[in-house]
Design a protein around this ligand. Structure first.
Ligand code: 5RP
Length: 223
């Protein structure tokens, strides 16, 4: 199966976690796009979704799925999203699509995080994928030096030759060369550096379940 087919497989499989009558939390990315397409087949059974990005909101609305603001909803039973990396404990690196802050917000208001990913995303230790960090633009040069002190090399993410601007009006640093041996401690530490909006390690908001697309079908991992 191609990677695209594996993404479609887990996107479809995630429907079993959507509770009829309840609003669902929806992430961002190419795997989630498959889930959104599958969700359209049950749009008459749910009030709608809380979305983690402008892109997912547009896709949901185009398929006739109502989108609620996060502030309109107290708690969600499930949040469904992809990952750039996931380890055997359910810790993840996210933010390849620059939506990490809103993703973490919606994940935090959800009782369960269902990660949908093809098997290339499963890793022994986090850190091979360049770690996305959303930052306040005026802090980026200092934060690049702060990551260098940890042995990391941080680059400002560009789009069409200019710094990429997130849905929140901020910038993204992508950091390579880090050893993330304790994801919980690492997330807590970096999140309190002045100028960091969100670090793309999801350890406090880790996955509860991972639907992993493999050549022999969907594997369900629980954490
Ligand atoms: C976006 C994310 C995505 O979940 C992550 O990048 C995986 O994306 P894809 O499903 O396209 O591989 O964190 O900010």
């Amino acid at each position: 199966m191609t990677q695209d087919e594996l993404k479609a497989l887990v996107g479809q499989a995630a429907l079993q976690y959507v509770t009829p009558g309840e609003i669902v939390g929806v992430g961002t990315g190419s795997t989630v796009n498959k889930f959104i397409d599958a969700l359209a087949t049950m749009k008459d059974q749910i009030p709608g979704a809380v979305s983690s990005s402008v892109a997912s909101t547009a896709r949901l609305k185009a398929l006739g799925i109502p989108v609620f603001e996060a502030n309109e909803v107290t708690e969600l039973s499930v949040y469904i999203d992809g990952a750039d990396e996931i380890d055997a404990q359910g810790h993840m690196i996210k933010g390849g699509g620059a939506a990490l802050t809103r993703e973490k917000i919606v994940a935090a208001q959800s009782r369960r995080f269902v990660c949908i990913a093809d098997e290339s995303k499963m890793v022994k230790a986090l850190g091979a994928f360049p770690l996305p960090v959303e930052v306040i633009p005026m802090a980026s040069a200092r934060l690049i030096r702060q990551f260098a002190a940890l042995g990391g090399k941080a680059h400002l993410r560009l789009k069409d030759g200019a710094p990429l601007v997130t849905d929140n009006g901020q910038h993204i640093l992508d950091v390579t060369g880090l050893q993330i041996t304790d994801p919980l401690a690492f997330e807590s530490e970096v999140n309190q550096w002045p100028g960091v909006v969100t670090v793309g390690v999801f350890a406090h908001q880790k996955a509860s379940v991972c639907l992993l697309g493999t050549s022999s079908g969907v594997k369900t991992l629980t954490f």
